[in-house]
Design a protein around this ligand. Sequence first.
Ligand code: SF4
Ligand code: MG
Length: 336
Amino acid sequence: AGSFLSVSDLHVSFATEDGIVKAVDGVSFDLQRGQTLGIVGESGSGKSVTNLSILGLHDPKTTSVSGDIVLDGQYLIGAGERTLEHLRGNKMAMIFQDALTALSPYYTVGRQISEPYRKHLGASRREARERAVEMLEKVGIPGAKLRVDDYPHQFSGGMRQRAMIAMALVCNPDLLIADEPTTALDVTVQAQILDLLKDLQQEFGSAIILITHDLGVVSRTADDILVMYAGRAVERGTVREVMRSPQHPYTWGLLTSMPKLTSAVEEPLTPIPGAPPSLLAPPPGCPFHPRCGFPGDVNGGRCSTERPELPEGRGAACHLTPEQKHTIFTERIRPR
Ligand code: SF4
Ligand code: MG
């Protein structure tokens, strides 16, 4: 209660031929209006699945979802498809990585942008077209009055991404979920799109969930960060806290493998060795222990037997003591 969006103890699992996949395993977070939460993790960390569950876009035949998702006082898990359909586009909207999957090649950009507006707000054709021009202007498409009648293939990649943002915002949603919205774009356009999202957020007051594998993107855009690994939330804090004094060895790995956008020469990255575990048979104990360089620092070999829990508020799901987290980060990780 008290939060605009509250997700508590979310579990999402899929039945596959090989067994049950626990894609999301007990994730909780809160988000206020006008705030941006960055959810960071590798592919398969459960970040996209978490957000598809919020939108109610999972397949109910194969997916089981439990926990609570409350948006502005309304419980979304267990809400009927009609309710969810009404909320999608009107109260919550989504931006995807690839605009080409969201935009149809057969209709003009303007028609697609205004479609949700007509559907949810019952606007006339003319009103809808005017609204599409207005939205294209808002997202910075030059010559919007003419471009409104273009087809998606006549737009550049960056312009299509802007058009998709216009489509997502046309009904003034309170919650915007952006899944890797800039991954397919070059660095300059990426920065422009992120700045655009921030400006629009100020204007519309929306809450934003930004899903990305890139800590650089969240540090530029978000207020809070939730780091996910193997279906679990492993670290939570404000952007400042997580970027300055990260507490989880996985976050350290993400930080040190982050490319420096400011350097002229491309610096070699230090990727985290190994791969995320299978969610069919996750390892016992800490899910990160097969890849973590620090289990030896934890007394009693607990890393491979006892699952660390993420505390409420600021913190990390890791057995290292707060002093160890601080010392290891400042003395062994940060100087590199
Ligand atoms: Fe590494 Fe152990 Fe912390 Fe897991 S609990 S991240 S294995 S130190
Ligand atoms: Mg994804």
